[in-house]
Design a binder for this molecule. Sequence first.
Ligand SMILES: [Zn+2]
Length: 396
Amino acid sequence: MRRSNTFKLCPTKEQEQELFRRANACACMWNQLSYQRRQSFFNGQMDWNTDDAYHHYKKLIGSASAQQIIRKNNEAWKSFFALLKQKKARILPSHIHRIRPPGYWKDRRTGKRKLKYLVRCDNYCLSITKLTLPFKLKLKWKGSNKWRGKQGRLEISYDELTGQWYAFMPVEVEPPHQPQGTKKAYVDLGVKVPIMAMIDDTTQVFGYRANSILAEWWYWNYKLAKHESLLKTTNDAHTSKELRWLYRKRKRRFRDVINKVVNDFVVRCWSQGVSEIVLGELTNIRDSAQFSKKLNSMIHLFWSHRYLVTRIKEKAEEYGITVREIDEQGTSSVCPRCAAKRVVRKGRLFNCLRCRLEAHRDAVGCVNIRLAQGDHLAAGVINRAVARPSFLTIEV
Ligand SMILES: [Zn+2]
């Protein structure tokens, strides 16, 4: 599996100038390639030729880095064409809505170049205190070298907001843990309850409440809106450094909490002998009609569920657990006991109009996912499971 170590770089003034120079050249080269390829793509005839760019930029950044830029650009275009193919065959993953050809290394808000410097895997060396780059550039670094393994292409980038340089070092590693059993965990994802799960051989549904995340989400939204309107009225501007800070902070806080929830969940699954996690579709999100239309659209826009899914997959991989996504239509609107579709959902309550089952709404989804996977549960088990899900709290 692939993981990445992140370091903060501490260059001296001269070293920083050199980093600026190299990263700027890299960005120019990337943008030139992208421009040429985009133009030729829109004209209907792909121009893959990279000789001009290569010969021009190898003098500035070295031939190895120039090759890496070409390679990365090739990779971006290849995955773009692969997506186009999938779209044609109608097998595009449901979370992808728009496919765009690879763009430029440019910040859309500020119009400035995104400064990145690529270094080939065998062209750099990390020691305890220093990172040695081509042309004898030795930089001090900070951070933790968490993952050990075969190193990949190093990516150094400049963070405009903090004025810092960061290095991302991809590493190929073996999963540190192996599953301890062959059980499955059935998971329903949502907004108010990000993870709701049930594990084979148990009758208990458990989940994590997102009240604190939601509260904080609204808090940051409020702050953002206030700042945005202030910007507009006082400067007639749409963006500022502070605003970009706020956006970043909101994202970080959200990701932080999600990570804690996911960690706890995956470790819990692993310790109970789970080897496969079955993820249902995001039923609760589409059902989150309790929010107003505006808030609902905000959730769809910003509440990155893809992030949650990705994190579950990554964390599970570290424990040797596989993750399978299934598309179960309407798992939260069918009665798990009698399969009737005539149900009432009010607040957190779920009521079946045929068999009078009374359930906790969030628990219904994952019980249904388990049933859809061919597990037969006695009516008594279903009753117990959906009546009293247990909620775990995460310290944030
Ligand atoms: Zn029923």
